[in-house]
Design a protein. Structure first.
Ligand code: NAD
Length: 336
């Protein structure tokens, strides 16, 4: 049984990863419990003897160092972050503190631990985003849903928002610490996740919850921005396959599923019309859509090339967008 530390384990992706890894590992979650954390995400494990929890800020070197030395992990998955682009545009302070300084502090704590315990084989897996690449190179391809211009592991970093810039910085710290201090690392840059336990402010839960509550659904600009979507358990499988394969370095992870924001919103709303029809006859949730001013610096298109991870681990996304959306809608309806 491996001993694993997950930072940000009370968040959306972290809680899904914790659940999966608890099937055959001891897992210690470190989480500051910001507004994005949800205690109930992991409450069913409170009495599980293999589950441990520390409410701590990853930036607190001393405390984190002690926790790591006591627990003696074999692997660390770093997911703790401020993760919402709109919030980063309003105020980037916490993004700089947690995503950059927090990652620096955590790396230093890990180096200390490796020195004291000769844990040379410990792997630091940094979970990052495709947003570090900014727009696909050719803005003229906005309406092109082909994957020919997708991000590879060799694409240039070109972050557009304070959030993506802070994640890009943290990626650079991890790879530099890896090279300079010989720390084995994985950096996985994944596209937009969706599924159970995601906070309501993110696009898919926002569309579902606004519709169910009868509120207007704001779509930025013309809604033509293209994103790649991945169901969260496919992302978790990719992280675990990378970990089990002993792979190191940079890996892109995507759902092979590009869609325009407006088409995605419509798809969800049409599903809700069938699964959860409104009381008023002949009404459609589509009527709630409202276009608003575009987000400043809004990237037009992201797209991921999965070739490297497929060749290295045989992983492939397995849940289609229709299936994933139905699972997600079902989860949110049961929760509300
Ligand atoms: P989330 O916002 O749902 O959860 C983040 C968690 O980190 C929360 O539980 C929060 O309390 C914790 N946290 C924040 N600051 C902390 C600090 N200083 N110390 C300790 N804990 C802290 O985020 P998520 O969507 O689950 O994303 C997890 C990671 O995956 C992030 O690093 C994010 O950049 C990355 N990522 C997310 C997506 C996505 O679509 N959600 C896609 C690619 C990569």
């Amino acid at each position: 049984m491996n001993k694993i530390i997950i930072t940000g384990g009370l968040g959306f992706i972290g809680s899904n990863l914790t659940k999966k890894l608890l099937e055959n590992n001891k897992v210690l979650v470190i989480d500051k419990m910001t507004y994005a954390a949800n205690n109930s995400n992991l409450s069913k494990f409170n009495n599980n003897p293999n589950f441990f929890f520390e409410k701590k800020d990853v930036s607190n070197f001393k405390k984190i160092n002690n926790i790591i030395k006591d627990f003696k992990p074999d692997k660390i998955f770093h997911l703790a972050a401020e993760s919402h682009v709109d919030r980063s545009i309003d105020n980037a302070d916490e993004f700089i503190k947690t995503n950059i300084l927090g990652t620096y502090s955590l790396l230093e704590a890990v180096l200390e631990y490796r020195k004291s315990f000769e844990k040379k084989e410990l792997i630091f897996h940094h979970v990052s985003t495709d947003e570090v690449f900014g727009d696909v190179k050719d803005r003229g391809k906005i309406n092109d849903l082909s994957e020919s211009d997708s991000f590879t592991e060799n694409s240039k970093y070109f972050p557009s928002s304070p959030y993506s810039a802070s994640k890009a910085s943290s990626d650079h710290l991890v790879s530099a610490w890896g090279r300079t201090y010989d720390l084995p690392y994985v950096i996985s840059n994944c596209s937009n996740n969706y599924g159970p336990f995601q906070a309501k402010e993110k696009f898919i839960p926002y569309v579902i919850s606004s519709a169910v509550e009868g509120k207007k659904i704001s779509i930025y600009g013309d809604g033509n921005q293209i994103r790649d979507w991945i169901y969260v358990t496919d992302h978790i499988d990719a992280i675990i396959k990378l970990s089990e394969s002993g792979a190191k370095g940079f890996f892109n992870i995507g759902g092979d599923c590009q869609i325009r924001n407006i088409d995605l919103a419509k798809k969800i709303l049409k599903k809700l019309d069938i699964i959860f029809p409104q009381k008023k006859k002949n009404s459609s949730y589509l009527d709630l859509i409202s276009y608003v001013d575009d987000r400043p610096g809004h990237d037009v298109k992201y797209a991921i090339d999965n070739t490297k991870i497929i060749n290295s681990t045989n992983w492939r996304p397995s849940i289609s967008l229709d299936e994933g959306l139905e699972l997600t809608i079902d989860w949110y309806l049961k929760k509300n």
